[in-house]
Design a protein. Structure first.
Length: 235
């Protein structure tokens, strides 16, 4: 359930910490084992992507510098056990992320639909020119999905670790982001109701280009690090 759609690949997944009995899945990648994840190398026609967890975090990097492109394109990984698993319909996803350059944007895909083409899901995003936002993939006629249904200003410093916490509880969606070396905010920066896709499952982590919803993008190499993924049940 990591999909290339109209030239785009999008990943969505986020988590919240709760009691140990509520933890559905966790992975700190300290053992370098990524067997729980399926890698989708959608960038193969453009040089491909290297996925590597040997350093204790899950590193994604495009093998070449991409040219400016008229569509979203990227790569990501799907958490295998989340596919067709109803426990992932209502959950919280928490992870640490570090952007290694200004060309790279990230997405957590949640409640993903396995249809191809026509994949549809809730997307929790960061884009350098837009900040953090939630939208729905796809939107008819749009290669990058619909405009935000909720958004907030936020800027990631390159090379700094941030924690993302995305929650899906019934129709209620929320997103909280903060620097890993700072206190956690008391409230999410974004909270919104969205009734679509409540019966779908699936979680994915994605990196992609395109800093705005306009065609072109900046091009360049894509490079990101994901770590400390914790997914908890939210009944």
């Amino acid at each position: 359930m990591v999909y290339a759609l109209a030239g785009s690949l999008v990943i969505a997944v986020t988590a919240s910490l709760a009691g140990p009995g509520n933890v559905l899945f966790s992975d700190d990648f300290n053992d370098g084992d990524t067997s729980a994840w399926t890698e989708v190398n959608a960038l193969a026609p453009l040089g491909g992507t290297t996925f590597d967890a040997s350093g204790g975090a899950y590193e994604f990097e495009s093998n070449i510098e991409l040219p400016p492109l008229p569509f979203y394109v990227g790569d990501g990984v799907l958490l295998d056990e989340s596919a067709d698993n109803k426990s992932y319909r209502h959950c919280a996803v928490r992870f640490t992320v570090r952007l290694n350059n200004e060309n790279t944007n990230i997405q957590l895909a949640g409640r993903a639909n396995p249809e191809t083409p026509g994949a549809s899901y809730i997307a929790f995003n960061y884009q350098g020119h837009l900040g953090i936002f939630i939208n729905v993939i796809p939107d008819a006629g749009s290669p990058g999905g619909s405009p935000p249904i909720a958004e907030a200003p936020f800027v990631f410093d390159i090379g700094r670790d941030y924690i993302v916490l995305a929650t899906m509880h019934g129709a209620r969606l929320s997103m909280k982001v903060w620097a890993a070396d700072q206190p956690e905010p008391s409230r999410p920066q974004i909270a919104v109701n969205e009734t679509r896709f409540q019966q779908q499952t699936g979680v994915a982590l994605i990196m992609f280009n395109q800093p705005t919803f306009q065609p072109g993008g900046t091009g360049g190499r894509l490079s990101v690090s994901f770590d400390n993924v914790v997914i908890t049940r939210d009944n």
